[in-house]
Ligand binder design. Structure first.
Ligand code: 5BU
Length: 273
């Protein structure tokens, strides 16, 4: 069994081969937070405003850059400056899903130039391994140390077909790209009971659909709490409306930060491999 979730981020950082994961774990320990803010705001002013005010409490800022009505280079410059100011990584939730050749163009180019600023992107393996090969190649060609991929292995929406064989194949493909695939977007730890797992394997689990006070929304979203997500082997908790749409986003982000960190501390104190 290759579960690393009973170990502290600090210990995992020491042994982890990926420099971006080392940096992510170091940020989490330094700021005592495993919160990923899903900042689904639709103007640059709102996005940069929330990133600045909540930046001190988060490890990663997750964007949907294509929902901005006024996207421009200043938006990117602002995000990069805030990620340095507050010490968080940028994750563009682009969910690439196409043939490798197209995805390379979408990742590197267009108006969004996602590779130039997002530390982390995610992709579905519905189209096969070529998509991961394409993103991996782009990252290697650029020769940078701080770009990586999450495979979208499960989804939180009702009726999601990202289950079963699709999820198993996500893990198998991730294993082939240890330098650039840092883990999964999934509702729980996936590789723990896998018979093929090498003992050094340490995928990072990002979990969406985290909300303290709601069970879901009217369009199929399904939530779990920070505590249940952490008990299921999640490492980083992605929360959006539960934080930014609350009456007091700073109080809310602190509440999520406390809940996530407490559950993390409990897990490393009690969980056994
Ligand atoms: P919410 O406001 O906390 O419901 O936002 C959830 C965010 O996570 C939103 O940006 C979604 O696009 C994203 N998401 C998700 O909700 N479920 C998934 O399975 C994946 C992403 Br992958």
């Amino acid at each position: 069994m290759a579960s690393k979730s009973n170990l502290s981020f600090e210990t995992r950082a020491v042994n982890h081969p990926n420099p971006l994961v080392k940096r992510l774990f170091a940020i989490a320990e330094r700021k005592q937070t495993n919160i990923v803010l899903s900042a689904d705001l639709t103007t640059s002013k709102e996005l940069l405003g929330i990133a600045d005010s909540l930046g001190p409490y988060i490890a990663v800022l997750k964007t949907h850059i294509d929902i901005l009505s006024d996207f421009n280079q200043d938006t990117i410059d602002g995000l990069v400056a805030l990620s340095e100011k507050h010490d968080f990584l940028l994750f563009e939730d682009r969910k690439y899903i196409d043939i490798g050749n197209t995805v390379q163009k979408q990742y590197k180019g267009g108006v969004l130039k996602i590779h130039s600023w997002a530390h982390i992107v995610n992709a579905s393996i519905l189209a096969g391994e070529g998509i991961i090969q394409a993103l991996d190649q782009t990252i290697r060609e650029a020769g940078v140390q701080d770009r990586a991929i999450l495979i979208l292995a499960e989804m939180t929406s009702k009726g999601s077909l990202a289950i079963g064989e699709y999820t198993r194949a996500s893990v198998e493909i991730a294993r082939k790209y240890p330098d650039t695939v840092l883990g999964f977007v999934s509702t729980r730890e996936l590789s723990k009971h896998s018979p093929n797992a090498p003992s050094t394997e340490d995928f990072v689990v990002f979990t969406t659909g985290v909300n303290i006070s709601s069970k879901g929304d009217a369009l199929g979203q399904q939530y779990q709490t920070p505590t249940t997500a952490m008990q299921g082997g999640s490492d980083f908790l992605i929360a959006g409306r539960g934080i930014y749409a609350s009456a007091d986003p700073i109080a809310s982000v602190k509440e999520y930060q406390d809940a996530g960190w407490k559950a993390y501390k409990q897990r490393i104190a009690t969980d056994k491999p």
